[in-house]
Write a protein that binds this ligand. Structure first.
Ligand SMILES: NC(=O)c1ccc[n+]([C@@H]2O[C@H](COP(=O)([O-])OP(=O)(O)OC[C@H]3O[C@@H](n4cnc5c(N)ncnc54)[C@H](O)[C@@H]3O)[C@@H](O)[C@H]2O)c1
Ligand SMILES: O=C(O)C[C@H](O)C(=O)O
Length: 327
């Protein structure tokens, strides 16, 4: 058996975590041979509910669950953490855009970035789920100057999975036939789900669908899927969000399948002309616990303008939180 790793999860009494924690403890994220210690953070009033979640985790008798910490202190939650899933933040309600949450949520991520900087493992892998995820990831990253910025990522995997399912259903194929999907940009309604890079059974996906469906149905449906879930369920996505978080960390830690890639919000190095330092979603290949942006994809004029629009939104969001971004 391997030595246990420490996994910090924030918002641990919330609805996403109610699915996420149990799957981490079951080994779905880091493998069936990797024991985990869960370090669960909540706000003080939610500690009672968090205790109930910890009791349920106990009652599962998970062989891989090597320990648990419940706390309202970020310095305790992130102590020596090897992984951090930053879920704790307010979700949006009907009629809101995710960036409307910036005011309520941004400060959480500066505090947590500092705590990660001061207490976490130097090799920590951070995934920000709380919305607006990309800009919250930027805030956490900028408040953790002693940690490599490449270790802060934002969750785009739910959008990636949504896009794969939409195109598989449209073309009467299986999810297993779809590869090389790409979501560019922000986890928001400006994101650009790009079918030009995707393949269905090894052939260009764009050649299997008509252009009107692509532009007028596929793109807006993927962009608006979060809002559609809120409308249908009366609450934002939870189990599918937890699943996307599991897939994101699993692939980052254990690698992406040969010949395929995933979409991750990562620190831009200027690839594809996207401003350096933004947390922007790119197609990424993961290997040996590291990610690389897929290079050399052909970008047509349509794609280029969509990629720019979502980049511009990220710049605006960054501007709105500049007081939380140390120089
Ligand atoms: N990136 C994505 O694809 C994606 C998908 C789904 C949801 N989300 C976002 O994830 C976030 C959580 O969603 P949810 O449905 O679990 O919400 P929720 O309200 O059910 O749970 C959030 C939890 O976070 C806790 N919390 C608040 N401030 C905290 C802090 N400073 N430290 C620790 N915990 C804190 C709350 O007490 C609550 O228990 C929301 O912002 C939502 O919009 C993102
Ligand atoms: O849409 C939301 O606000 C929740 C989440 O980001 C989602 O995409 O389902």
């Amino acid at each position: 058996m391997k030595a246990p790793v420490r996994v910090a999860v924030t918002g641990a009494a919330g609805q996403i975590s109610y699915s996420l924690l149990f799957r981490i403890a079951a080994g779905d994220m880091l493998g069936k041979d990797q024991p985990v210690i869960l370090q669960m953070l909540e706000i003080t009033p939610a500690l009672g509910a968090l205790q109930g979640v910890a009791m349920e985790l106990d009652d599962c008798a998970f062989p891989l669950l090597a320990g648990m910490i419940t706390t309202d202190d970020p310095n305790v939650a992130f102590k020596d953490a090897d992984y951090a899933l930053l879920v704790g933040a307010r979700p949006r309600g009907p009629g809101m855009e995710r960036k409307d949450l910036l005011e309520a949520n941004a400060a959480i991520f500066s505090v947590q970035g500092k705590a990660i900087n001061d207490h976490a493992s130097r090799d920590i892998k951070v995934l920000v789920v709380g919305n607006p995820a990309n800009t919250n990831a930027l805030i956490a990253q900028r408040n953790a100057p002693d940690i490599d910025p490449r270790q802060f990522t934002a969750m785009m995997r739910l959008d990636h999975n949504r896009a794969m399912t939409q195109v598989a259903q449209k073309t009467g194929t299986s999810i297993n036939d779809v590869t090389q999907m790409t979501i560019w940009g922000n986890h928001s309604s400006t994101q650009y789900p790009d079918l030009h890079t995707a393949l269905i059974n090894g052939e260009p996906a764009i050649s299997k669908v008509d252009g009107t469906w692509y532009e007028e149905t596929f793109i807006p449906e993927v962009q608006q899927r979060g809002a559609a879930i809120i409308k249908a369920r009366g609450a934002s996505s939870a189990a599918s969000a937890a699943n996307a978080a599991i897939f994101h960390i699993r692939d980052w830690a254990l690698g992406t399948p040969e010949g395929d890639w995933v979409s991750m919000g990562v620190y831009s190095d200027g690839s594809y002309g996207i401003e350096e330092g933004l947390i922007y979603s790119f197609p990424c290949v993961c290997k040996d616990g590291d990610w690389q942006i897929v290079q050399g994809l052909e970008i047509n004029e349509f794609s280029s303008s969509r990629m720019k629009a979502t980049e511009n939104e990220l710049k605006e969001e960054r501007n709105a939180v500049k007081s939380l971004l140390p120089a």
